[in-house]
Every structure is written in structure tokens, then in C-alpha cells.
Design a protein around this ligand. Sequence first.
Ligand SMILES: *Cc1c(COP(=O)(O)O)cnc(C)c1O
Length: 393
Amino acid sequence: MRDLISSGQEPSGFSEQQTLDPRQRAWLEVSPAAIESNARALRRLLKPTCALMAVVKADGYGHGATTVARAAVQGGAAQLGVATLQEGIDLRRAGLEQPILVLGNLTQPDDLRACLQWQLMPTLSSMREALLCQNLADGSGRQFAVQLKLDTGMNRLGCAWEDAPRLTEAIQQLNQLHLCGIYSHLALADGDPEGDGDRVTRLQQTRFNEVLHHLPEHQALHHLANSAGTLRDPGLHHDLVRVGLALYGHSPSPHLDAAVPLQPAMGVKARVTLIREVGTGVGVSYGHRFVTQRPSRLAVVGIGYADGVSRCLSGKITALHRGHSLLQVGAITMDQLILDATDHPDLDSGDVVTLLGRDGDQEISPRSWSELSESIPWEVLCGFKHRLPRVTV
Ligand SMILES: *Cc1c(COP(=O)(O)O)cnc(C)c1O
């Protein structure tokens, strides 16, 4: 090898500007137009005084946070929500100037200092973090914009809702802090309207309203609803809604499908890398979990579980090609999977198949994958790895 390529150098004839075609093997197609249109459709559900926060955590649910944030702002999102400090900094570096809320809890003074420097709003759940922020801001001569989270029944982040009026008052005494928002998070808003979904959501709403009732007139934005809350009941909207899944074009639950027209913004595409003709009784892929029952034509496709096509989907999913649906057979492997193309003689090596998203008038949804793998659409979307190039269309 040393004779051919000296270490660290590009092979001759391959310049640095020259990059591989992102559509070489497998890729994600992301439609900013769909995101923008979903943001507009969601905005139309809201009263004019209610703002839309685009939740772009986990790299915009796998779509690419910067792409999504720009498209959502174009469609009327006024604020952005991220889970981690780094996600917030990445958006600032990309030039986004909207208010950004960090939804996760930051515990280290250095992390909170970075929030102040990058103008990211941390979520506070206790006086401990509030005092840390006050001290940091004191030294900087700046006001620190923060939000207080209260727990009304999710039992994850937030102070106990009963403590919120006291804590709000204490935070307002801290002269370096600017309390921009008071919020809570729903646990079962996507639940069945007939079942616990309704009871728990109502209870959370009642507790949230109770706290707001005890607060003095104040500038802070009050917010409670995620996608499901937003689609479910305008009574949950308050001053702002924090929307993730619906922004990407998916309804959080089948009973909320009709609330607003949404366009899925992601397609997962991969190329057929080899076509093979085999006989009857041939075991296919690891473990020979599939054995041909007839002379078969198999199509090897260059995408696998290391790209985000979960191995638990083996033998359960289909791929689309020119209006036809092809069964996936055998174990999904790290980098490849196999389709049964016996009834599809026109499928050829180099052809592109659709694993998720639309092809002609057919569509495969993240919900269908999540039902087959006992997961949820959220996990399917953010499960696609960075090995897959994101191609905007
Ligand atoms: C992720 C998240 C959201 C968005 O949830 P969706 O169901 O995707 O709309 C809203 N609020 C908080 C606090 C979150 O963590």
C-alpha cells in the first residue's frame, strides 16, 4: 500500500474539492419546503398571540437541525428548542438568532456560563440552578434569560408544581435573572381520548392553570403543549407551543391525524448494489432466517442497521420501486439488506429504492416501522445515523 498512497495524502487525480456523490449508496432526502409548510399549517391552528417553538433537538429529529430550524423560521416559528447545550451552540454558529430554549437540565456552572455567552435560555428546575445563574450573570454585567419548568405529572424535569409560585417569586427577586418562560410538559397528550390520555392531560392542565393563577401579572411566556397537546386541544396552547414530531410531518397518534394537513419531510433512499438469481431452498443472510420457496431473484441494497434500519425489522418491512412494493427478506445486516425481487424483473443493479417516505402514490411511514419494531415514530426518525448523507430536495 505504501507504494501506492503515501500516508495522509489524497490519491492522485482526487482533489480535495472532489467529493463523493451523496447519492452513492444510501441517503436521507429532507424537504425544507415540507417543514416550512408544516410550520405554516401549525401556525394556522394557533391564535395570533400564541407563538410556535420549533423543537429541533437530536439534529432536528434526524433531518438536520440547521436545515429544519431555517425552514421552520421561514414558516413562522418564533423560537427554537434543543435538548443539549451543544445543539444550541451549533444553531448559533449556523447564524440562527431566534430565542433558543435548552430543554434538558444543565448542572455544571461552565455549561450555564456557555448558555449566557451564547444567549441560550436554560431550563431551571430548582433554586440551585437559579442561584448559579444569578452568580454567573452578576460577574458578567448581563441579564440572564432563563425559563422555569414545573412538573405537573410527567415526573421527569421541573420543580413540584405546588412549589412553583414560591420559586417564581424567589427567582424574580434575583436581579440578574430575566424569567422569560414558565412551562410544563405533558405525559399522555397522545393517549387515547377515551382512556387515561384525557384524564391525565386534564389534570396536568388544571395544575398548570392553578399555578398561573397564583402568579403575579408577568411578562413570562406560559407553555405546556408538545405536538400532541397542540393538535389535541386549543385550550392547551397558552402563549407558545413546543412542536417536534408534527413539524416533521407526522401525527403523534392516529386519532390526531385529521387535525391539520402535514407533509412528511424525510425520505430514506438506497441503491440496489447487486442482483442475484438463486434456486429453491436457499438460505439468505445471517442465520438463514429466510429460505427461498421458489427460484428467486434477490436484490442486495446498500443500507443496514448501522444506518438506522433496525435489525428488529428483519423480514417485516418492504421497499418501494416505481409503484411496486418489494418484501425485505432475511436478517438485516450492518450495512446491507436483501429484497425479494422475484416478481420485479425490471429492478436492476444501481436502481434506487425507497425504504421510508413517498414513491409515486405509495408511502411508507415511520409509524409503520415503529409498529413493527415496538417503538415510536420519534425513535425511528432520530435513529438514522450520520453515515447517511442528508440531501435537501
Ligand atoms: C421533545 C420535546 C417536545 C416536542 O415533543 P413532540 O412530541 O415531538 O412534539 C416538547 N417539549 C419538550 C419539553 C420536549 O422535550
